[in-house]
Design a protein around this ligand. Structure first.
Ligand SMILES: Nc1ncnc2c1ncn2[C@@H]1O[C@H](COP(=O)(O)OP(=O)(O)OP(=O)(O)O)[C@@H](O)[C@H]1O
Length: 330
């Protein structure tokens, strides 16, 4: 497995700019999620790397080799499409063996099926598998020829929520066990944050932030990224050093001095002991936690994520802020 370098990639379709100078550098053995809203260019980026689309400009290098002008089969890149796309008339084993040649085929098929947890499934037909098993076969098929790089295009999107979550972990484990360099495209922030070593946030054809999941969540580069990745609670304030004066009191901050929009995550607003300073105006209960809308005396409303017992609407509560808010100049 090898590293991937994408520089200044451009692609337009008629009047639509799908890629507007996308840059991405994936290290050997790394699992990167490209996360962005619908239409931001994720699939186009992946298709350019796979060779299904030819970019208008820019370069794609895998293991030091420029590949953007090579046909797909010469790129040594494996692809796991959205819905697996297995050959329906071929057994699991023959699907996985499809891109393999030579004597070691049988052994390699068994090896990759084992890696994806489908040891003993080689004789089954695709229609005899669950949706999650089909996706694992598609992953095994992509990995079988030992490509330099594996690309996964929304590989869990056709599955229901429970299955998606368990399969995510299994796929990440299989990729890591194989030492694969992989790029996964998704619009699902939970998927990106939970799976990837680094997340590339994509907007309007460009990568706007590329960092480990915790950094993207805690220190988003701009308000758009803050609101796109995770729940954002916004509060206006005036920053002076490491505190900001706000309508709900002084809050610890990180960011430039002056008028600012302050980003808090709902779990940073904690119900505490002490003199009440807010009233609960609404509660959305989810079992494991609840989203509570808090109204302060001056009319400011903020959302808090509360674990365990949720308060009830109308209740007076004391609210404290944990950690620092991130300030963006206003
Ligand atoms: N073959 C094409 N012809 C014309 N326009 C296209 C083509 N492929 C993509 N586009 C346009 O390019 C833009 C980026 O599309 P792309 O499929 O890469 O986005 P995406 O981020 O993968 O979206 P989604 O999450 O909805 O799949 C969109 O505006 C789309 O309509």
């Amino acid at each position: 497995m090898s590293e991937l370098h994408i520089e200044g990639l451009h692609k337009t379709f008629g009047d639509t700019v799908a890629l507007a100078g996308a840059d991405l550098a994936v290290a050997e053995g790394e699992l990167v999620a490209v996360l962005g809203p619908s239409g931001c260019g994720k699939t186009t980026l992946l298709r350019c790397v796979a060779g299904f689309e030819r970019p208008d400009g820019g370069s794609i290098t895998v293991a030091g080799r420029r590949i953007e002008h090579l046909p797909p089969q010469a790129r040594r890149v494996g692809v796991v499409p959205q819905e697996g796309a297995l050959f329906p008339h071929l057994s699991v084993g023959r699907n996985v063996a499809y891109g393999l040649h030579g004597a070691g085929r049988g052994g390699r098929v068994a090896e990759v099926l084992d890696l994806v947890g489908l040891d003993g499934y080689a004789r089954r037909m695709p229609h005899e598998l669950s949706g999650g098993q089909r996706q694992r076969v598609a992953l095994a098929r992509a990995m079988a020829p030992k490509p330099e790089l594996i690309l996964l295009d929304e590989p869990f999107s056709a599955l229901d929520a429970g299955l998606r979550q368990s399969l995510r972990g299994e796929v990440a484990a299989a990729l890591r066990a194989a030492g694969a360099t992989a790029v996964l495209v998704t619009h699902d922030q939970d998927e990106a944050l939970s799976l990837a070593d680094r997340v590339a946030v994509m907007r309007e054809g460009r990568i706007v932030q590329f960092a480990p999941p915790a950094e993207v969540y805690r220190s988003p580069v701009d308000p758009w990224t803050a609101s796109f990745v995770g729940d954002a609670v916004w509060l206006d304030g005036d920053v002076d050093g490491d505190t900001a004066a706000t309508a709900v009191g002084d809050v610890a901050v990180e960011g430039p001095d002056g008028p600012a929009r302050l980003l808090l995550r709902p779990e940073q607003l904690r119900l505490s002991e002490g003199a009440p300073n807010a009233t609960v105006s609404a509660v959305e209960y989810f079992g494991h936690d609840a989203l509570v809308t808090l109204e302060f005396a001056n009319g400011v409303r903020l959302r808090s994520r509360v674990l365990g017992g949720a308060p009830v609407a109308g209740q007076s509560v004391s609210v404290a802020v944990d950690g620092a808010a991130r300030a963006f100049a206003r």
